[in-house]
Design a protein around this ligand. Structure first.
Ligand code: ADP
Length: 468
């Protein structure tokens, strides 16, 4: 009995150290807005890099013609062609996707880019657009690795991530390498834009809805970008664009604030990661890590009590519990928690856990997912606050709050955490409403886009086309 109390104690302690009261979330909102300012003020001024993208216009829906997109850096590699008829609704798409063969991820850049160019060649051959056509085909290239952007269509690779390691590419101008390969293959195609995946998501969101001001991705990792006025980008004096604005890539996965509720599990996870002290926000909210936080808590519980039987070695294996399994346990609504029992038995090799202990496991998932979703919501409101869309700066027309004039504000969102994990999504919405208040929150819409990183790049090629 005493031992059972200890397990309950572990849960209680977790709940307390994961607390995200609305007051605390508002402090995170403020910290996000402050860090955004700092990152825009000077290079290295904040944990938020606030990278310039040189994307100074977003697709509006009036674009016309055939454009290509290429998406490298997500789970899959994609090439696609869009046919744009000049109206939002006249939009046609052809996509081909495949996994990058692992040997190409660590080989020579020439082999990787040859492979990419061949996929594009295939796509061109499949379409009506003749390969020999004298008209140059324009391509949007989404390259989701750290890049120091030098113009809208060029940038230098800082380092590889996600298992890629092609050393001869680091320090090279990425679009240039692709451009040379395309020329060598005799493809009359030009890289019109080079972007990060969140920028593609924002572009696709804006193509469908002109009130879209920011984009957020919560998948394996997490990042966000938004539309900023150039005069607010202080670190780049004299930056002029016709639109007066530019998309800023926040790299928000690296955000950190002392107001974020942090547990001993987070500290351990960070210390054991290949990038300690890095990507603090990402380690609390994205798919790569949530399951592992839960695993660490269950491990602690099993060390505290024999309710879980002997300490199971499978629980000590990092990343033994993936976030999809965590979600499946969390969302098990069977009275006997049969799914939880199955996952514990099959995936963590913990058989015969009593029902009351299985309930505790579900509760752990709930605490970890809820904290993640609420922090993500605070991040989103932080962006809205920075651009004056959180309702705090609005003019009150009448005496009541409902008279407040608040512009409709859309945030494009992608990633499996939001689209596949229902509880996560619901907690995120709930927190948005708590932080903003109903009157403001009703004007803030999160809209799911699909394959923004690929399609958005093609749309940006259209809106930045040299032909228009
Ligand atoms: P990307 O790898 O391009 O970010 P996704 O947006 O699909 O792709 O995100 C994948 C991440 O989402 C993985 O970390 C995975 O663990 C997590 N994930 C996938 N499906 C689910 C689910 N149903 N519930 C919770 N997490 C999920």
């Amino acid at each position: 009995r005493r031992k059972w109390k200890r397990v309950v104690g572990v849960l209680k302690e977790l709940e307390e150290s994961c607390e995200t009261t609305v007051g605390r979330l508002r402090q995170v909102v403020d910290a996000m807005a402050v860090e955004m300012h700092a990152g825009l003020a000077s290079e290295g001024g904040s944990k938020l890099k606030m990278l310039l993208t040189f994307v100074d216009n977003l697709p509006s829906g009036s674009e016309k013609g055939t454009f290509y997109g290429l998406d490298l850096g997500g789970t899959n590699f994609r090439v696609l062609r869009v046919e744009l008829g000049g109206q939002r609704s006249s939009f046609d798409r052809d996509v081909a996707q495949q996994a990058i063969p692992p040997r190409l991820m660590t080989g020579r850049s020439e082999d990787l880019f040859d492979f990419i160019a061949s996929s594009l060649q295939h796509l061109v051959e499949k379409g009506n657009d003749s390969e020999q056509s004298p008209i140059i085909k324009e391509l949007g290239f989404t390259f989701s690795f750290p890049v120091k952007q030098t113009s809208v269509s060029s940038g230098i690779l800082i380092k590889w991530t996600k298992g890629f390691a092609i050393t001869d590419m680091v320090g090279k101008e990425v679009a240039g390498v692709l451009q040379q390969t395309l020329a060598r293959k005799g493809l009359n195609m030009q890289v019109a834009v080079l972007v990060n995946n969140t920028v593609g998501t924002l572009a696709l969101g804006h193509y469908h809805d002109a009130d879209t001001v920011a984009a957020v991705i919560i998948g394996t990792g997490t990042n966000a970008c938004y539309w900023e006025r150039t005069d607010a980008i202080i670190k780049c004096q004299g930056l002029l664009t016709t639109s007066g604005g530019m998309v800023v890539n926040m790299e928000w996965g690296n955000f950190w604030s002392s107001h974020m509720p942090r547990t001993s599990y987070d500290i351990e996870l960070d210390a054991e990661s290949p990038n300690p002290n890095d990507q603090g926000f990402e380690k609390m909210i994205s798919g790569m890590y949530l399951g592992d936080i839960v695993r660490r808590v269950i491990l602690r519980m099993s060390q505290e009590s024999d309710v879980f039987g002997p300490v199971f070695s499978s629980l000590s294996v990092p990343f033994a519990l993936g976030t999809p399994l965590m979600a499946a346990m969390h969302e098990d609504d069977s009275p006997e928690l049969t799914k939880v029992a199955r996952i514990l038995k099959d995936d963590l090799k913990i058989p015969d856990l009593p029902l009351k202990a299985r309930k505790l496991v579900v509760k752990v998932c709930d605490v970890v997912a809820r904290r993640a979703a609420r922090l993500a919501a605070a991040g989103i409101v932080g962006i809205l606050k920075k651009i004056g869309r959180d309702g705090s700066g609005c003019i009150r027309v009448g005496r009541t709050r409902s008279d407040t004039k608040m512009r409709r504000t859309v945030v494009a969102i992608e990633g499996s955490l939001y689209t596949q994990y229902t509880m996560f999504r619901e907690y995120l919405h709930e927190a948005l409403h708590e932080i903003l208040g109903e009157d403001i929150a009703q004007h803030v819409i999160l809209k799911v886009t699909e394959d923004g990183s690929g399609t958005g790049a093609a749309l940006l090629a259209a809106s930045h086309s040299s032909k228009s």
